[in-house]
Design a binder for this molecule. Structure first.
Ligand SMILES: Cc1cc2nc3c(=O)[nH]c(=O)nc-3n(C[C@H](O)[C@H](O)[C@H](O)COP(=O)(O)OP(=O)(O)OC[C@H]3O[C@@H](n4cnc5c(N)ncnc54)[C@H](O)[C@@H]3O)c2cc1C
Length: 412
């Protein structure tokens, strides 16, 4: 007898989706590989970054990219062995940066953020997760007038989308939000509505616990492919075949492999990111700090500090280059002179990324019984609750509150 609903992937998108489907009366089984270390969801920076609506592919980025790429440890890098492989994705990324496409992506992203913010409030109440949130806002920091002025068009666009922020043009104004910054930071923007979880790993395990305590099941299975049959979908794992009527693929940076088994070819790549987590007492962090010119953030995790970011377009197979995490930490020490950097633990994770910075949310073009929920790039935690509700709407035959055309799997 086929089971009602299977979700592949127990990252934050998969677990949130499983919870949303369960709350609408579905019996859900979640399948995930046995290796929990592979999840981006457990070790990210923990930010619900609802104001981050600006796509990575901004107009003019391809003029800046070569300068970054020439610096092997800069904020954006491509390991030479992966350069040819990533070229088609980079072409699409470049096209996504054309002004009309950039504006369209931003509009779609803003609509998903609105849904996600409202959905998070419902998820927090439903799962009694308030104790895992810290609402301390965010500071984006600029070194000098020039960098600040260059950021203003982006802030103006955020204003158009209803995002609240305060521009700070003196060191004193910045210090009122975060003392202890290097004086090179003369300007900043503060976003008061920014919220973090105190630990993404605890956030994920809490939601999974809620799902399981309500009768949801999770099984350790490595899924190889999906096979279509007239009256069911067969999920082939390394151990067995499982049948179901509907399936959600929420397998993060690996999702395109499963989609390919249905004939859907989706240009999903991974933007690998790095971080170092320092124990309590490393720094008295008052708010989430973002250093946009350097591509990293400093954030409070379990009372300690996590320093992380960077984009390495290096695929799923290459081993980590932890020199990248060292570089971020060295920069953080320069920017926060009192930061105690000893004894940290390092991590590398796979952001699942599409060239236009938008996820895929919707039905497979190859088979409408398969739904896709992946490719959230830098924003998977932020958009997890919203994605979950949208998928639950589609499964339940309800009209989603936003137009999902921009998120369709066939847009490429
Ligand atoms: C350094 C860094 C910092 C970040 N900071 C933030 C942040 O502050 N805020 C934010 O919103 N986002 C952030 N992100 C992005 C965020 O972590 C991801 O977008 C998000 O975790 C993706 O969630 P997911 O559930 O889609 O994927 P994952 O968490 O990767 O989960 C996918 C799951 O699918 C499983 N899976 C894959 N293939 C198969 C298969 N064949 N069979 C069975 N199981 C399979 C994997 O084992 C994995 O558990 C950050 C990412 C990085 C790397």
């Amino acid at each position: 007898m086929p089971s009602d609903m299977i979700v592949i992937g127990a990252g934050i998108v998969g677990i949130s989706t499983a919870l949303a489907l369960q709350s609408r009366g579905r019996a859900v089984l979640v399948l995930d590989r046995p290796d929990p270390a592979l999840k981006a969801s457990a070790m990210n920076a923990g930010a619900f970054a609802f104001s981050d609506i600006v796509p990575l592919a901004t107009p003019g980025i391809m003029r800046k990219a070569p300068r970054w790429l020439l610096d092997p440890l800069g904020p954006l890098s491509v390991p030479p062995v992966y350069a040819l492989k990533i070229a088609p994705w980079m072409m699409r990324f470049w096209r996504a940066s054309w002004p009309d496409r950039y504006r369209a992506s931003m509009k779609a992203q803003a609509s998903l953020m609105r849904v996600s913010q409202a959905a998070l409030t419902r998820q927090v109440t439903d799962a009694s997760a308030q104790h895992l949130l810290q609402a301390e806002g965010q500071l984006q920091l600029y070194e000098g007038e020039r960098e600040f002025r260059a950021s203003l068009p982006g802030w103006e666009l955020r204003r158009e989308h209803g995002i609240r922020f305060e521009l700070l043009e003196t060191r004193e104004a910045i210090a009122a939000y975060q003392p202890g910054l290097d004086p090179r930071f003369t300007h900043a923007a503060y976003t008061p509505d920014w919220t973090n979880t105190c630990d993404p790993a605890r956030w994920l395990s809490h939601l999974r616990h809620v799902f399981e305590s309500r009768g949801g099941r999770c099984e350790a299975e490595d899924v190889l492919r999906l096979v279509r049959h007239e009256d069911h979908i067969e999920i082939m794992t390394t151990n067995k075949a499982v049948t179901t009527r509907q399936v959600v693929v929420a397998a993060g940076a690996w999702s395109h492999r499963l989609a390919a088994s249905l004939g859907d070819h989706i240009p999903l790549e991974t933007e690998r990111g790095y971080n170092t987590t320092l124990d309590k007492g490393a720094f008295d962090l008052k708010t989430h700090l973002t250093f946009p010119a350097h591509g990293f953030v400093v954030t409070k995790i379990n009372g300690g500090v996590r320093v992380g970011g960077a984009v390495e377009l290096g695929g799923l197979a290459l081993g980590p280059n932890y020199r990248r995490a060292d570089i971020l930490l060295e920069k953080a020490r320069r920017f926060l002179p009192d930061l105690k950097t000893e004894g940290g633990s390092q991590w590398m994770g796979f952001r699942p990324s599409l060239p236009d910075s938008l996820p895929v949310i919707g039905r497979s073009p190859g088979d409408g019984r398969v739904l896709y929920a992946f490719g959230h790039g830098h924003l998977g935690l932020t958009q997890s609750a919203g994605t979950a509700e949208l998928i639950a709407d589609l499964v339940g035959g309800n009209r989603p509150p936003i137009d999902l055309t921009a998120f369709s799997a066939s847009r490429f």
